[in-house]
Write a protein that binds this ligand. Structure first.
Ligand code: GLC
Length: 488
């Protein structure tokens, strides 16, 4: 069995969020357990990619509407990320540094649709040329969700029709919705199948993937239940396709995320040395960010957008500090420019208590997980969430909203065996209560240290989670294509 992961992100080559982490680690664990897996992403001009040595594998030209576009597929040869990594080089589309948006302006690229269509077509052209095509094609999110449609419907890819396809939904907030007549840009297919691209009168890539993929997974069971209730209009489709859906929780790469060996930390530590180890890291971070290392440190790491509840942070921080709580906050991330401005102001007003670093910074993220006492995740939507798992691996207590994968991975301290703090509503009274419970817990020093050790002993590795994908692939190999008829 050989599976090919098609994705817009893959760590360390190109990462904007959790999708990158998953595609950069699941294939590595699958390979180790004997399931050959490789990955293809676009050839972006990220620093990591530009430094690589590559070998040309395939060159081609494909139709795109009334025109043609040229592309080449190259393989990374100078490093081994744990899987074969291929890059689709498409001049004029991906020879830019950003993954989704221009890093300077923060705005999404104007030709998002063409980028995504061209990438998928290039991958299919390459696959059609292979002597040994993959035995399973695993697509991730809407950027690659038209692949199952094209494999099953486009005449040009007839050879690929019998290969099972799996679509994983990492985030149903983004669906790839375009005006319907854009179907003309795809390679020719029987127009009776047009309905397979359509949802609510638009071309909807995610909806098409859900209809056409042989199986569909989401990244936690809780998120699957939530999507069937509300997925910005796709909930009915998800309920209709229920029998081919499954919720599989992600794992984390416990080699990249290992406090005992992490090269970015100021001091490495294990379960037994957690108390002194975390304090040493906290001292260094607090010195750098002008915070008092004797106070409890609350961190937020992630995209500064409504989906992650980041807009709730300013009010929460102001309230906590006005209630004269002796605590510090450290925020790392980029996102909504208005929110960034508010956070900058807050930073200026509460110097010594609040600090922010408004950028994407992988090394600093590792150092903050190692230093913080608590990680805040007030997400409105969290399909799986990896940050709470990274935090726990580094002995940091998660304070999370009970949603999606957060509710599936964090158990409240009030429950038997609990180790974190959960709240239901994204409201000031609820988040304040959770935070004050955390402060009280911080003061119980020996129970707090015991809890840190417990967190570090929890197993969120892919060793467990990748096994579920293996089972699914095995089922798929013996399965038949989705029964849905063309046009439905
Ligand atoms: C998306 C989701 C996040 C999930 C990640 C990996 O970024 O928002 O919750 O952990 O994908 O599946």
């Amino acid at each position: 069995m050989h599976n090919l992961h098609i994705s817009a992100e893959c760590y360390p080559a190109a990462k904007a969020g959790g999708l990158g982490d998953v595609v950069g680690s699941l294939p590595k664990y699958l390979n180790r357990s004997g399931t050959k897996s490789s990955v293809i992403i676009p050839f972006y001009e990220t620093e990591w990619i530009l430094e690589r040595e590559t070998e040309a594998i395939f060159e081609g030209k494909a139709p795109y509407g009334h025109r043609e576009f040229s592309f080449s597929i190259v393989k990374v040869v100078d490093v081994d990320p744990g899987f074969d990594l291929y890059l689709a080089q498409i001049p004029g589309r991906f020879d830019r540094p950003g993954i989704y948006s221009d890093p300077l302006s923060g705005y999404a690229y104007w030709d998002e649709m063409d980028r995504s269509f061209n990438f998928q077509i290039a991958v299919l052209e390459w696959m059609s040329s292979m002597a040994n095509s993959p035995s399973i094609v695993h697509c991730h999110d809407h950027h690659t969700a038209l692949v199952p449609f094209m494999m099953s419907q486009c005449n040009r890819y007839e050879r690929l029709q019998k290969i099972p396809t799996l679509l994983t939904i990492h985030n149903g907030e983004y669906q790839g919705r375009y005006a319907k007549d854009n179907y003309r840009r795809l390679p020719a297919f029987n127009l009776e199948a047009l309905g397979l691209l359509d949802w609510d009168g638009e071309l909807n890539a995610l909806a098409s993937g859900i209809k056409c993929a042989w199986r569909v997974t989401t990244v936690s069971e809780g998120y699957l239940d939530e999507l069937m209730q509300d997925c910005h209009g796709l909930e009915k489709l998800l309920r209709d396709e229920k029998e081919k859906m499954a919720g599989l929780i992600n794992g984390i790469d416990t080699e990249v995320w290992n406090p005992e060996t992490d090269p970015w930390l100021d001091e490495n530590f294990g379960r037994e040395s957690v108390k002194t180890g975390k304090q040493a890291n906290k001292n260094a971070i607090c010195l750098e960010f002008d915070l008092d290392p004797n106070r409890p440190l609350f961190a937020f790491i992630g995209r500064l957008v409504g989906e992650k509840g980041a807009d709730h942070l300013p009010a929460l921080i102001r309230n906590v500090l006005e209630a004269e709580q002796d605590v510090s906050f450290l925020i790392l991330g980029t996102g909504d420019p208005e929110l960034e401005e508010i956070l900058r102001e807050l930073n200026g007003r509460h110097t010594g208590y609040v600090n922010t670093r408004l950028e994407y910074n992988e090394a600093l993220a590792h150092r903050i997980y190692a230093s913080a006492d608590f990680l805040l995740m007030p997400s409105r939507v969290e399909p799986c969430g990896l940050n709470q798992m990274y935090a726990m691996r580094y002995g940091t207590v998660p304070i999370v909203r009970a949603t999606g994968g957060l509710a599936d991975t964090v158990r409240d301290r009030s429950e038997k065996g609990g180790y974190g703090f959960l709240f239901d509503e994204l409201s000031l009274p609820e988040t304040m209560t959770a935070l004050l419970r955390a402060v009280q817990f911080y003061e119980k020093r020996s129970a707090f240290t015991r809890n840190r050790k417990k967190l570090m002993g929890l197993d969120f590795s892919w060793d467990v989670a990748a096994g579920r994908y293996k089972d699914l692939y095995r089922d798929l190999e013996g399965a038949s294509p989705a029964s849905r008829k063309a046009g439905s």
